[in-house]
Unconditional design. Structure first.
Length: 153
C-alpha cells in the first residue's frame, strides 16, 4: 500500500476512485491520518470473549461519523490497482509495454515515453507504480516537464 502523501498527490493529479469491496482509504485532516479504513459490508473485530481472543462479527458499526463523501476520502490503492491504472494510462498514450525491476533493494518501473526511457524507483513496488502513474496523470493534465520529474530515478 502506498503512503498517504503519494495517495494525496495522485488524487490531486486526477486519479479517480470508484469505491469497491476491500478498498482501503484514509480520512485526512480530521485527526485520523494514521488510521486506515477498509470498505467492507460486515464489521469484523477481535475482542475478548470470556478472556479468550475471538473474532466477532457485527452487522453495523456505530461511530460518530455517520457518512463521508467519497471526495473527502483519500484512496490508498494496492499495488495491483496501481499497476492496472498505469497500464490504462499508458495504453491511452499508445504505450503497450512497461516493466518493474527489482535490484539492490529498490523497485523500478520503466517505460518508453517520447523517445526516452523513463524510470521511477522506490523501496516498494506500489510506490514505484504510484510515481509512474503520477507522472502520466500530470502529463495528461499538461504540466511542464520540470514539474513532472520530481520522482524520476
Amino acid at each position: 500500500m502506498i503512503s498517504l502523501e503519494s495517495a494525496r498527490e495522485l488524487k490531486e493529479a486526477g486519479l479517480t476512485w470508484q469505491p469497491a469491496q476491500g478498498d482501503k482509504f484514509a480520512i485526512p485532516d480530521r485527526g485520523l491520518d494514521d488510521k486506515i479504513f477498509v470498505i467492507n459490508d460486515m464489521a469484523v473485530i477481535v475482542a475478548l470473549v470470556r478472556d479468550v481472543p475471538a473474532v466477532t462479527f457485527h452487522g453495523t458499526a456505530e461511530w460518530a461519523l455517520d457518512y463521508l463523501y467519497v471526495g473527502e476520502a483519500i484512496w490508498l490503492p494496492e499495488e495491483s490497482q496501481l499497476r492496472e491504472r498505469l497500464r490504462e494510462e499508458l495504453k491511452a498514450q499508445g504505450i503497450r509495454a512497461f516493466d518493474l525491476v527489482y535490484a539492490e533493494g529498490s523497485y523500478t518501473c520503466r517505460f518508453g515515453w517520447h523517445g526516452q526511457v523513463l524510470a521511477f524507483s522506490a523501496a516498494d513496488a506500489a510506490e514505484a507504480y504510484a510515481a509512474a502513474l503520477l507522472y502520466m496523470l500530470r502529463a495528461r493534465g499538461g504540466r511542464s516537464a520540470g514539474q513532472l520529474g520530481d520522482r524520476l530515478a
